[in-house]
Design a protein around this ligand. Structure first.
Ligand SMILES: [Zn+2]
Length: 286
């Protein structure tokens, strides 16, 4: 269901870009809003959790973004999120019923609300649409380096870019966002999900005994946006019964106070099945 919402919202964003004749990166969500007659304004009076708002006065729509957001990438993501509310079917009707002038948003995958999630998926695809994003991935290199170079190409935040990258990759990969010794968010690529018996780390669960846990013990690592390359094992992160070496790339997210970990391997789950077959063939039967 969640995957369906992701796909539907993503397709709507890509279709919209096609209709607008936009075919190159970076995408400018502000220019897009203005081109379809929506003013984009600053909103200094928003509370901490609010990223922006969609406002409707006398049938005129306005997009506001919270000025406490300092990251340009996240500002752009917020504007994309509000565009999603305006363009996705059913959103404006549900969020701005007659008599209500403003919907306040929590963009950035922090809300479990259906409309908020859909608007996030819309924004991610609007700013990092296919075929352009998939094309750029082919020449971007690997892992965290690739994610960083795509973030600068698309002018998107590192987290939003990592998310799109993991969604699009055909390698077993995962991203984990942690704060101290707690996991805040994890996202696994389809190929990684193929490994049998692994579990998806839950929000709020402890970071296991992996290099990220050690990295996070030193505040300055996070604050100064330090970067480390390490190795760990699939089992340490996700359980399961198979040992698979992982590359564990870690980067501190500075003022944001969190850490991004990118995990990857070139071992595929299928290789596992082959191993089993081979083993069975060589095990004498009684
Ligand atoms: Zn919203």
């Amino acid at each position: 269901m969640a995957d369906l919402a992701r796909r539907t919202a993503g397709k709507a964003a890509e279709r919209f870009l096609q209709e607008q004749g936009i075919t190159s990166l970076p995408i400018d969500p502000r220019a897009i809003a203005e081109a379809i007659g929506i003013a984009v304004i600053e909103k200094p009076d928003t509370s901490a959790g609010v990223s922006g708002a969609l406002i409707k006065v006398d049938n005129q729509f306005v997009i506001a973004f919270a000025t406490h957001i300092r990251s340009e990438g996240f500002r752009r993501f917020s504007i994309g999120h509000e565009l999603g509310h305006y363009l996705l079917e059913g959103h404006a009707e549900a969020l701005l019923p007659v008599g209500q002038e403003m919907h306040q948003s929590q963009a950035g995958y922090r809300s479990d609300d259906k409309y908020e999630r859909e608007a996030d998926h819309f924004s991610a695809r609007l700013l990092m649409p296919n075929p352009m994003f998939a094309q750029a991935m082919r020449s971007a290199g690997e892992g965290l380096d690739a994610i960083m170079s795509l973030a600068s190409l698309c002018e998107t935040s590192l987290l939003a870019t990592a998310n799109r990258y993991i969604e699009e990759t055909d390698l077993p990969m995962a991203m984990v966002v942690s704060s101290g010794q707690r996991i805040e968010y994890a996202f696994l690529s389809d190929e990684l999900k193929e490994f049998r018996g692994i579990t998806w780390p839950k929000k709020g669960s402890a970071v296991p005994a992996v290099p990220t846990a050690t990295f996070n013990r030193v505040d300055a690592n996070v604050r100064n946006a330090q970067r480390e390359n390490n190795e760990s094992d699939l089992r340490d992160w996700f359980g399961g019964n198979r040992s698979v070496p992982l590359t564990e790339e870690i980067v501190g997210l500075g003022d944001y106070g969190r850490t991004l970990t990118v995990l990857s391997t070139d071992t595929f789950a299928d290789d596992d099945d082959e191993d089993v077959d081979l083993e069975e063939r060589w095990t004498p039967r009684f």
